[in-house]
Ligand binder design. Structure first.
Ligand SMILES: Cc1cc2nc3c(=O)[nH]c(=O)nc-3n(C[C@H](O)[C@H](O)[C@H](O)COP(=O)(O)OP(=O)(O)OC[C@H]3O[C@@H](n4cnc5c(N)ncnc54)[C@H](O)[C@@H]3O)c2cc1C
Length: 380
């Protein structure tokens, strides 16, 4: 492998790197470098696995809408089971949260999102654990779905390999140089050469950019905490929606016979193997006890992951303005799974110099909103 030459080297085998590899591999020699022993070990393996076309800013929403077709009808053999299953999202609140949810409903409707107002008894029918005072106002998004993240990640990596891509694990990128024509990447698994480097390193994307001599974008990794718990009082939870409070300080949802909950925290963190903090879990339990009648019998799992945002909370995809052949695929924030099919297609088109696929343009995807140059423009 040492000294092997590729058209494209992708740094990071999370959902971003895997989707780019999948769409690039049929027409390019691709290698994916992953520091860990397993792909998806960091943020990709720690998500809440939700697909919502109303989540995020306009740029994010266009990518999510443009991903829907792939999720609904992936290529034959991509996955053994459907990638999406119906879930729904219920936003709930006390009486004083009514105006906030009304504004949210107006904005979602204006951008084509399907939402329904629920009466208090309808809120409680869908989320029987809520205390009645927390079910005073409610908004329901019927089209939100669960994503089978494992099937999506495996499908991308399997498809990329079938088209000739190589995945190297335990292959941390430690240094890279450009000789005026191509990149040399020094990795834990040996040196490789590539014409183009795609920086899909998640929370480490600014660090990888620094290795390449590019200017960091000011990406912010923000820690988010999750617990899974058993609750004997409510056993028939499988059809409950993902349930989010109006101020987005709490959400919970069914998780394979148990319940998953998060305080929706956003604590700045250096790039690392994020771990949950006791304080965040205590805060989550306090919020759950205030808003619901859950009796938390046992916490069966707890984890944290880093959601990494660009300063404007839109994703980043495009060539660096200063470093030749250095391509950013970063800032996936809280939307990296749901947007991955469209992002993979967009990246493949931009890297090859092709036109934006018509299906993406039809959903309003605008490469200018994703281009890393948007940050250099604001600083000059
Ligand atoms: C609690 C939580 C809930 C979430 N819920 C949702 C949701 O409902 N829906 C949704 O769409 N998204 C959700 N997200 C966000 C989503 O998980 C992320 O946007 C997405 O996983 C980011 O993928 P990534 O490939 O950019 O990063 P990662 O999965 O972190 O992958 C980056 C990879 O790069 C590797 N790497 C870094 N540096 C190097 C190096 N020098 N050499 C080699 N490899 C390197 C890392 O080891 C890592 O595997 C959630 C996230 C969290 C934490």
């Amino acid at each position: 492998m040492s000294g092997a030459h590729y058209d494209v080297a992708i740094v990071g085998a999370g959902i971003a790197g895997a989707s780019a590899a999948y769409f690039l591999a049929p027409r390019a020699r691709v290698v994916v470098l992953e520091r860990e022993a397993q792909p998806g070990y960091h943020t990709t393996g720690r998500s809440a696995a939700l697909f919502s076309e109303t989540y995020g800013n306009a740029s994010v929403r266009s990518l999510t809408r443009a991903s829907r077709a792939f999720y609904d009808a992936p290529p034959p053999g991509f996955a053994a089971q459907p990638l999406l299953t119906p879930r729904g999202v219920l936003f709930f609140g006390r009486k004083e949260h009514g105006p906030r949810l009304e504004a949210q409903a107006a904005e979602l409707r204006a951008t084509g999102g399907r939402v329904e107002w629920l009466r208090p008894e309808e809120i409680l029918a869908r989320a029987p654990a809520l205390r009645p005072e927390w079910a005073a106002t409610g908004l329901y998004e019927p089209d939100a779905e669960d994503i089978d993240v494992h099937a999506l990640l495996s499908g991308f990596l399997r498809g990329a390999r079938a088209a000739g891509a190589q995945l190297l694990t335990d292959a941390a990128l430690e240094a890279l140089q450009h000789d005026g024509r191509r990149w040399t990447l020094h990795t834990r698994a040996g040196d490789i050469r590539a014409d183009i480097v795609i920086n899909a390193a998640g929370a480490w994307a600014d660090e990888v950019a620094t290795l390449a001599g590019a200017t960091p974008l000011g990406l912010a990794p923000l820690r988010r905490t999750v617990i899974v718990f058993e609750c004997p009082r409510f056993t028939d939870t499988a059809r409950w929606p993902a349930t989010v409070d109006a101020t987005e300080d709490l959400y919970f949802r069914p998780e394979a016979g148990r319940l998953l909950a998060s305080p929706a925290d956003e604590t700045p963190s250096p790039p690392c193997d994020a771990q949950p903090e006791e304080l965040d879990i205590a805060l989550l339990i306090e919020r759950l006890q205030a808003a619901t009648t859950f009796d938390i019998a046992r916490i069966t799992a707890r984890w944290a992951g880093l959601r990494t945002f660009a300063p404007d909370r839109a994703l980043v995809a495009g060539f660096d303005p200063m470093r030749p052949g250095f391509f950013w695929l970063a800032g996936q924030g809280g939307y990296g799974i749901q947007t991955a099919p469209a992002m993979g297609q967009l990246v493949a088109a931009l890297v090859r110099g092709d036109a934006l696929p018509a299906a993406l343009a039809a959903q309003g995807v605008d490469p200018a909103t994703l281009d890393p140059k948007r940050f250099s423009r604001t600083t000059t």
